[in-house]
Design a protein around this ligand. Structure first.
Ligand code: COA
Length: 699
């Protein structure tokens, strides 16, 4: 587990090397082992200083996240955390210098181990990430991070680091003062040993007499100004949905007023509560494990050789087509961007160039990288240029006839193994595949807008789609650095269908006379990125109306209708307020001023005398999505809870604290969820009735 050796100068090197694990992680066993190594080195008179290092490519990747899903008691957890605090304090105060030789990732508890050292040297490793990302998992940095970071950086910069949870490059970490020196990888151990030899009397600033926090203590004027503002900002960001935000603020506020020994105990107590919290469990399960499994293509059919995607064709150079081209070319894939005439195709490429210019201006990309990327996008009006493509993605207008004609024309140019994908957001794939001569190679690849930013791709398997097409599509999604979920065919598939319920519910409430500001704010307080009225303004009410009409036509008598339907009609047909692009929808969108809810909304939807409370609106907006997701699972559109959870968070920003749209049912409690939905159904309509066997569908 540890490779420890003492050199002739008396410097002990304790190298982490946890067997059978891809990275060094900290759990009960490895921490006990580390404690023994540290205690031995401290007790050994021959040891003059200690270097903490790693024999793996990473330094230490932090707490063993596998353990976060276990249901451990306070009595089982607290002693472990207090033990780690004692080891850290022994390193700091034993009178021997401790140096961290950071060769790769030093994250969470791994970086906190380094913080217990008197000096931190990092190898100049561009892949390494350094930081305290715990907040992203719903916990707080509980290995001393909330106490040592503010004591090193000051309260303001410290809080910022703890609350944003970013993983920093070595350069950034050096600039922030998180590491003291950066050296070439080959010189790391020698540099660490040298520092230990040169600094026999090392101590931590907070153990020196008269220590004050940089920038002022908690009770200083600066501190007193900082905390109310930080509290308000934390509240604004989390709306109380992420308990770790409050816990971090409390740890810093309470712990940094006291001696560090007391501060560490304060932190451990908060950590125990956070690790046991259902929000943490949900965030870890979906945000860490399930998303990683999706990225690693857990759904890829076995036995199909890995596809190498060198060239793709994109049909339709609109916003989606251009975005797909940028995302693909950015990962080294040659793209043919085809539209009906050359000028339109060139325009599509020009649109793709705009975000790149911004990235260059912001220093996130060099001009050479941008021009190399654009060089890989070839605009054309000629199907012949698709020759040799491994994959063609159509991103033309949502119209079956147009899609059928481009499918036929493109397939005529494709090799036997090439895949044809439709980027439809709503039209069932099995029906679109009727235009294909090779339906086994026909698949849905639903991208989200803006493509460059949105991390999810929904891969849709039609009734006749073959395994090879699924595997190739997944290889492509992975190659462009996005996360896939695989779903079965159906109207709106999974993401469009479930997300639509959020928008429609918001509009239904507007029609009932619920105050529009209440609807919009409750959505954000529930954790949705944007309110339902704003979101439909952004995507266009006209588009929603067209989709609803198509569904109605396709379903015939089976179409049950929705209270929001005639609101779309009213806004698009009668009021001519089709959404943001036109400058008017549920909001006014003036060019020179911020948007505001259309003041006339009250005239069309008179305010009901009885307004629901925020909690009820929040619940309605989240529960309706979970009910629809349960239906999707009952119908086999999604086959696993994880796909629904990952798809909802990455696809449309369903709040992370829920663990995703199906995990939300479990977090609410199956019985409570069912009772509540039944009550909502009685009041607002059958759409709230959950399917049978909620428990089986939600796990
Ligand atoms: N606990 C348990 N397992 C961990 C882990 C941790 N802290 N960090 C990484 N792993 C595992 C991953 O699950 C993965 O396992 P698998 O191969 O069985 O799928 C493996 O280590 C490699 O991780 P992966 O994410 O695939 O590699 P990467 O090179 O892309 O990224 C890290 C490496 C360390 C940057 C990334 O895994 C990470 O961010 N880990 C979490 C760090 C963290 O949040 N620490 C604080 C915990 S409170």
């Amino acid at each position: 587990m540890f490779e420890t050796g003492i050199d002739s100068d008396g410097i002990a090197v304790i190298k982490w090397n946890i067997p059978d694990r891809p990275v060094n992680v900290m759990n009960e066993t490895t921490m006990a082992g580390f404690r023994d190594e540290v205690e031995r080195a401290i007790a050994d008179d021959a040891v003059k200083g200690v270097v903490i290092a790693s024999a793996k490519d990473d330094f230490i990747a932090g707490a063993d996240i596998d353990g976060f899903l276990e249901d451990l008691s306070v009595e089982a957890l607290l002693p472990q955390f207090l033990m780690f605090d004692r080891v850290g304090r022994a390193m700091e105060t034993c009178g021997k210098p401790f140096v961290a030789a950071i060769n790769g990732h030093a994250l969470g508890g791994g970086f906190e181990t380094a913080l217990c050292c008197h000096y931190r040297i990092a190898a100049d490793n561009p892949k390494a990430r350094i930081g305290l990302p715990e907040i992203g998992l719903g916990v707080l940095p509980g290995g001393g991070g909330t106490q040592r970071i503010p004591r090193m950086l000051g309260l303001q910069a410290g809080l910022q680091m703890l609350l944003d949870g970013r993983k920093h490059t070595v350069d950034e970490a050096a600039k922030m003062g998180l590491v003291d020196a950066v050296v070439p990888p080959g010189e790391l151990l020698d540099a660490a040993k040298k520092w230990a030899l040169d600094n026999p009397d090392a101590s931590q600033p907070w153990d020196r007499k008269g220590f004050r926090l940089p920038g002022g203590n908690v009770q200083s004027q600066a501190g007193m100004q900082l905390f109310p503002a930080a509290n308000a900002m934390g509240r604004e960001r989390s709306f109380g949905n992420y308990p770790a935000v409050q816990a971090i603020l409390s740890c810093v506020y309470e712990g940094c007023q006291r001696h560090i020994d007391v501060g560490l105990r304060v932190e451990s107590k908060y950590l125990v509560n956070m690790i046991r919290h259902p929000v943490t469990k949900a965030m870890v399960r979906t945000g860490f494990f399930e998303m990683a499994k999706a990225r690693k293509l857990k759904a890829r059919p076995e036995g199909v050789p890995k596809a190498k995607i060198g060239k793709i064709g994109i049909l339709g150079a609109g916003m989606m087509g251009g975005g797909i081209a940028t995302a693909s070319a950015g990962r080294g894939i040659d793209c043919v961007l085809k539209d009906i005439n050359r000028a339109t195709a060139e325009n599509g490429k020009a649109r793709a160039a705009a975000p790149l210019e911004r990235r260059v201006k912001q220093g996130r990309m060099t001009a050479e990288q941008a021009s190399a990327l654009l060089g890989r996008i070839a605009p054309t009006d000629d199907y012949a240029d698709l020759d040799g493509s491994d994959l063609v993605i159509e991103a033309v207008f949502e119209d079956r006839a147009i899609k059928a004609s481009v499918t036929e024309a493109a397939e005529a140019r494709l090799g036997d193994d090439a895949i044809f994908a439709s980027n439809t957001s709503t039209l069932p794939i099995t029906g679109l595949a009727e235009a294909s001569a090779r339906p086994a190679n026909f698949i849905g690849l639903h991208f989200f807008s803006p493509v460059e930013k949105m991390p999810l791709v929904e891969v849709i398997r039609g009734a006749r789609t073959g395994d090879a097409a699924v595997a190739t599509a997944l290889d492509y999604v992975q190659a462009i650095g996005k996360t896939p979920i695989v779903v079965n065919d159906g109207r709106g598939f999974f993401t469009s269908r479930v997300f639509a319920t959020f928008v429609m519910e918001g509009i239904a409430m507007l029609k009932e006379g619920v105050a529009p500001a209440l609807i919009e704010n409750a959505a954000r307080i529930a954790g949705m990125p944007v309110g339902p009225l704003e979101v439909v303004d952004n995507t266009s009410l006209g588009l929603s109306l067209a989709i609803r009409r198509q569904w109605k036509k396709d379903l015939g008598k089976a179409y049950t209708g929705h209270p929001a339907d005639d609101v779309f009609e009213l806004f698009v047909e009668t009021l001519d307020r089709p959404g943001r692009k036109a400058g008017k929808g549920f909001y006014d969108w003036p060019e020179d001023r911020p948007k505001r809810l259309w003041p006339e909304l009250g005239r069309h939807f008179p305010r009901a005398a009885d307004q629901p409370d925020v909690g009820e609106v929040k619940q309605r907006l989240l529960h309706i999505q979970s009910v629809e997701a349960l239906r999707c699972r009952a119908e086999g559109v999604v086959t696993e809870r994880a796909d629904a959870d990952v798809g909802s968070i990455l696809g449309w920003g369903f709040p992370m604290y829920t663990g995703g749209v199906l995990s939300w049912v479990g977090q609410t409690g199956v019985d409570e969820f069912t009772d509540r939905c039944n009550a909502l159904a009685d009041k607002h309509g059958e759409r709230f009735f959950p399917p049978d066997e909620v428990e089986a569908l939600a796990v």
